[in-house]
Write a protein that binds this ligand. Structure first.
Ligand code: FES
Length: 115
């Protein structure tokens, strides 16, 4: 079993290893999406990019990133400056404990933003 701590929501859940982060968050009532994506999103197919989260601890316990996820994230401004911690929840398998920040803010002043 693995523990996911959602820092913004101050919620901790226990999930089986290998669980999908998006599905477990939704099952626990954790809102991953901002408006209007809470109504219209790709439902976990790595197309919309709106399930972005930051894994602030335990990134080593997340599955490795696939081509579709890498491609989608590289098209997203919020990815700049968060390359080491941002993942798409729908593409992330939880293989151990982690801390997750939902709805990460846009990093306008990240050191790499204008480079
Ligand atoms: S739900 Fe659309 S990219 Fe994850």
């Amino acid at each position: 079993m693995a523990i996911i701590k959602f820092v913004n929501e101050k919620k901790e859940i226990q999930v089986p290893e290998g669980s999908n982060l998006r599905k477990e968050a939704m099952r626990a009532g954790v809102q991953l999406y901002s408006f209007p994506h809470n109504i219209a999103n790709c439902r976990g197919f790595s197309l919309c990019g709106s399930c972005r989260v930051l894994i602030t601890k335990g990134m080593e316990n997340a599955s490795s990133m696939g081509v579709a996820e890498k491609t989608r994230l590289k098209m997203a401004l919020p990815y700049i400056g968060n390359e080491d911690s941002m993942r798409l929840a729908c593409q992330t398998e939880v293989n151990g404990d982690m801390e997750v920040q939902t709805k990460p803010p846009l990093n306008w002043f990240g050191e790499n933003f204008f480079s």
